[in-house]
Write a protein that binds this ligand. Sequence first.
Ligand SMILES: Cc1cc2nc3c(=O)[nH]c(=O)nc-3n(C[C@H](O)[C@H](O)[C@H](O)COP(=O)(O)OP(=O)(O)OC[C@H]3O[C@@H](n4cnc5c(N)ncnc54)[C@H](O)[C@@H]3O)c2cc1C
Ligand code: SF4
Length: 339
Amino acid sequence: MMRLPWFGFRSPATIDEAAKIIAGEGPQAMLIAGGTDLLPNMKRRHQTPKTLVSLGRIESLKKIANGSGATLGAGLTLNEIVANPIVREKYAGLYQAAAQVATVHLRNMGTLGGNLCLDTRCNYYNQNYEWRKAIDFCLKKDGEICWVATASKRCVATSSTDCAPALIALGASVRLVSAQGEREVALPDLYRNDGIDYLARRPDEILTEVRLPPAEGWRSSYWKLRRRGAFDFPVLGVAAAVKTARDGTVEEARIALGAVSSRPLLTQGGGLLVGRTLSDAAIAEVAKKVASVAKPMDNTDLDLYWRKDVVPEFVGYALREIRGDDMTATRLRIARHAL
Ligand SMILES: Cc1cc2nc3c(=O)[nH]c(=O)nc-3n(C[C@H](O)[C@H](O)[C@H](O)COP(=O)(O)OP(=O)(O)OC[C@H]3O[C@@H](n4cnc5c(N)ncnc54)[C@H](O)[C@@H]3O)c2cc1C
Ligand code: SF4
């Protein structure tokens, strides 16, 4: 049985208090929300914080505000996101992404903020301490080599959050609060293409809320590839959001990819749709272009080359669903992994 290392525990009731504690404790402390990522990681000794600062008691992190856009508290659980009618009706891509994270039990604990700050993943890293010691560790923790790309000086662990690509396609930004003040960051800028230093968030900053722009005229969709339809991290995530005029001409569009890099990728694909209708030809052309930037590494589940090959298919599924095609049968086929 893997045991947690010893740690101190603080449980503030307000964002201000949490920000002061995390600033005072310094980089030896970490924030914990649902703990569904951090606690298993601590058991494997990936992270061994001296103090955990829990966000669980902070009620203001659990608010949802619906104005011209929407503001979602970072402390909302993924099941609360899934159950919310605003998310369901206006931001379908986020609903679909959150509904496909892990299992219903994990979604009862796991939060939106924790999902966006999820550690990057790799087959050589998500192992217990003894396993990693046996291969002499790796760059990401305790070692000096990357076992995936042995000549690389950079860790290429994979960004595995489902909600980040969906929210990037929706044009979201996040609010980061610290004892020094606060700032708003466009979601793509929260991430770095570095498997170790994967967030542009400082350790003393708390992600307090996600801000979504108005959804009028937009439709969105999220498609996920994984081995088991009910319970696995993404090995590919495709998120798309498209705003169309009454005649069906695309006015704005964003297409983002997950699990093909150390960061969620906002691609150029959306721009290529502007001024066109979502015809089969336009979808096929854009899907091919989007797939060309996907660089999956051989460090997650399923065959590397096959994962790259199916990117255009998944982009096509997302765009056809936005067009209004009935994709139920395709979703079921993928959930049963009969591609
Ligand atoms: C078996 C299993 C399967 C999973 N499958 C998936 C999956 O399919 N898709 C997926 O996306 N995830 C998956 N997860 C990961 C995880 O359950 C979710 O990503 C969840 O949303 C994480 O949220 P949390 O609140 O539990 O985060 P925590 O574990 O509490 O925190 C995760 C990280 O975020 C930081 N953090 C948390 N909240 C904040 C905040 N407000 N501000 C700043 N930093 C913060 C923590 O310090 C920590 O570094 C899986 C986990 C398990 C164990
Ligand atoms: S990509 Fe390389 S350095 Fe990063 S976790 Fe995997 S083996 Fe380690």
